[in-house]
Design a protein around this ligand. Structure first.
Ligand code: PHB
Length: 392
């Protein structure tokens, strides 16, 4: 305690001195640190790879100095283990004195870290995880990914419009899957449809064979699916192997299952799959074209997916807020993140000042072959959609 007080005293003195000697060498040498915790290994490693690349691209394009100080992003690998995420966050706050925490590949990682953000008053920018409740877990959480209720409600509206009445749902059995199931099923029923079965697969090493047999037996008009980024290709393979693509059951879902990271290798089974999501690498705008070209150029041709966009926009939100606070963290930094409006590669976005959640367009997309490659081609949208999870 004694030591901490002394350190705080020194920090305050340094700050006063620094302000007195604006632009002094000593202050200029002090970096502004951001802790980026990602699954760089383990089941969600593709998410880590995409976000890390996007954050680096943002800084390369927009510069990495604020008020004459270098911004240093410290990347930590939580290996998709929430207890590790929490420990790393604690270390980054206490030892590295980061002004912001960012990343969070899965909901349990974000939930485990939220209390640390609250206690230390450190803004926590969620770039990947998408369960509605995450932003309510701490007043310091700001989200730049999306929410499952946004994609789920949009998809149910599309199904209703297209006279799809009898469906089966299949989701990953953890928080975002529960959101994806509940918000889709509730809206289907509200619109007069029927959900004849609700199937769930484990987050770790799922085997789709048993559930796909149940889908075949139930013979719905459509199967609606949410699986976390990275599981789509394995699912599509089994869907085709079991002949479900030929059985007249339409495949629909949240855009996580036709993830741009894997889509091009999924083959013909993916053709015609309709999903609702906030980002497609195929989104038609000058800003997106620039983003996709630069991302591919910097990463050996890797196509950015929706995780990359969450990372790119998250870095934007942090950097613009740091400009306002001139490098200071805490509540001031959080407040400077709230209400930001900007053009993302996904389209226009807003960080809702009340909920700290993202408001953006939910697009309807169909997988098509474009120039020899499989793409999510957007054909309609619900504009400026808020998280339905916050409108209870
Ligand atoms: C999550 O755990 O919140 C999550 C992970 C991957 C996704 C979506 C949500 O694609």
């Amino acid at each position: 305690m004694q030591k901490r007080t002394t350190l705080r005293g020194i920090a305050a003195a340094t700050l006063t001195l620094g302000l007195g000697l604006a632009g002094s060498q000593a202050l200029a040498a002090d970096p502004i640190k951001i802790g980026l915790i990602l699954p760089m290994t383990g089941q969600q490693a593709t998410t880590g790879r995409q976000i890390d690349a996007a954050v680096k691209l943002y800084l390369a394009q927009n510069g990495n100095t604020i008020a004459g100080r270098k911004v240093e992003v410290i990347v930590k690998d939580d290996a998709t283990v929430p207890d590790t995420t929490r420990r790393l966050a604690q270390e980054l706050v206490v030892q590295e004195k980061v002004v912001a925490l960012a990343g969070f590949g899965i909901t349990p990682a974000a939930m485990a870290t939220a209390p640390i953000a609250t206690q230390s008053k450190t803004p926590m920018v969620v770039m990947a995880a998408a369960t509605s409740a995450i932003t309510e877990a701490s007043p310091f959480v700001v989200r730049t990914s999306f929410t499952l209720p946004q994609a789920a409600v949009a998809m149910a509206e599309w199904a209703n419009k297209n006279k799809i009445k009898k469906v089966v749902t299949l989701v990953s059995d953890y928080a975002p899957g529960i959101d994806a199931e509940r918000y889709f099923a509730d809206r289907m029923v509200l619109n007069g449809g029927t959900v004849v079965d609700k199937l769930r697969t484990p987050l770790r090493s799922p085997d789709f064979a048993p559930v796909l047999q149940k889908v075949r037996d139930a013979a719905p008009e459509a199967l609606y699916v949410f699986l976390p980024s990275g599981q789509g290709a394995a699912f599509m393979k089994q869907f085709a192997e079991r002949g479900l693509d030929k059985a007249g059951i339409r495949l629909i879902g949240t855009g996580d299952i036709t993830d741009d990271d894997q889509l091009n290798d999924m083959g013909d089974v993916a053709l015609g799959v309709v999903t609702a999501h906030h980002y497609s690498a195929n989104h038609k705008s000058a800003a997106n074209q620039k983003f996709v070209d630069a991302f591919k150029k910097a990463n050996n041709g890797m196509r950015p997916n929706f995780m990359a966009v969450g990372g790119y926009d998250g870095m934007r939100v942090i950097m613009e807020a740091l400009k306002v606070t001139k490098g200071a963290g805490g509540e001031a930094l959080l407040n400077a993140m709230k209400g930001q409006v900007f053009e993302s590669p996904r389209g226009q976005v807003l960080i809702d000042a009340q909920t700290r959640d993202i408001v953006h367009d939910m697009y309807f997309r169909k997988v098509e072959r474009v120039g020899g490659e499989l793409h999510n081609v957007e054909f309609d949208a619900i504009k400026a959609m808020k998280d339905p999870g916050k409108q209870k």
